[in-house]
Design a protein around this ligand. Structure first.
Ligand SMILES: O=C(O)CCC(=O)C(=O)O
Length: 264
């Protein structure tokens, strides 16, 4: 899937791009079912909210065939390779659960400062590309993005170990207020199967989910091959050490999974 000139210009200007309806319903259903099985597992790679609800399943492409297929799906890998102009490797793979009623916040942050400070990533030549597994609505904790904030570069951040169970380098309220006064906030929403990609320095976060509607999103963090991390402090399941280029394939592998599932 290649981005056209207009999409490239939008990404450059706003720092994010939402591509609705990239994955057909049956494929999203296959990933959603895989995620249900994953979130039932008891494993160290599954991060939990403070009340024990699953928050994030890291590195599940290492044990779920459906996720492995998704981690090398050209629909996700192509646009990132196009933007960086080189091959990419998988820095991180995760499913964020944002569970109904109990899913907690992601504080305001940029991704690159965490990758840089915790993993020794040299440059912001990596980015998240995400697939919505549920309909993402204004009410169930959509990602909130401050458009154009990537143009500010990496901002000062502090290590927040308290707000949620997951440590993150976060921005202070003054910084966020200034950026929001200039640029506003957008919440890309849409049906399951939509794809959202955003720049490593875009300011973003999400509120808690007190609705009965879960908001599961799969994130691939793809890094330019020339930008491999040099000083990882986090476990391998959060910051991968396999710097080989993603061997991408077209969506037929997921289609096959759907067919196998239907035949079973
Ligand atoms: O899933 C979310 O709501 C936010 C995730 C996020 O900000 C991140 O992984 O950097």
């Amino acid at each position: 899937m290649r981005l056209d000139e207009q999409q490239l210009a939008q990404f450059d200007e706003l720092g994010y791009l939402f591509l609705p309806e990239c994955f057909p319903r049956e494929q999203v259903e296959a990933i959603r079912q895989a995620s249900n099985e994953i979130f039932r597992e008891q494993r160290p790679e599954i991060w939990r909210e403070r009340d024990g609800t699953p928050r994030t399943a890291f590195a599940c492409q290492q044990y779920s065939e459906v996720c492995a297929d998704l981690a090398s799906d050209a629909r996700l890998v192509d646009p990132v390779e196009q933007l960086f102009g080189e091959d990419v490797y998988l820095h991180q793979f995760k499913i964020n659960a944002k569970a109904a009623f109990t899913g907690e916040v992601w504080q305001w942050h940029q991704d690159f400062p965490t990758w840089h400070k915790d993993d020794g990533m040299p440059e912001p030549r990596a980015m998240n590309i995400a697939v919505f597994l549920d309909d993402v609505m204004p009410i169930n904790g959509p990602l909130m993005i401050v458009p154009r904030s990537h143009k500010s570069g990496a901002l000062e951040s502090s290590h927040d170990l308290q707000t949620t169970s997951y440590p993150l380098w976060t921005l202070d309220n003054r910084t966020v207020t200034d950026l929001v006064e200039k640029n506003g906030i957008v919440t890309p929403t849409g049906k399951a199967g939509g794809v959202l990609m955003f720049h490593a320095n875009i300011v973003h976060g999400s509120a808690g989910n007190i609705t009965p509607y879960p908001r599961r999103i799969v994130y691939l963090t793809l890094s330019a091959l020339s930008n491999a991390i040099v000083a990882p402090t986090r476990p391998d399941f959060i910051a991968h050490r396999d710097f080989t280029p993603v061997q991408k394939h077209d969506g037929s592998r997921l289609e096959r999974q759907v067919a196998d599932h239907a035949a079973a």
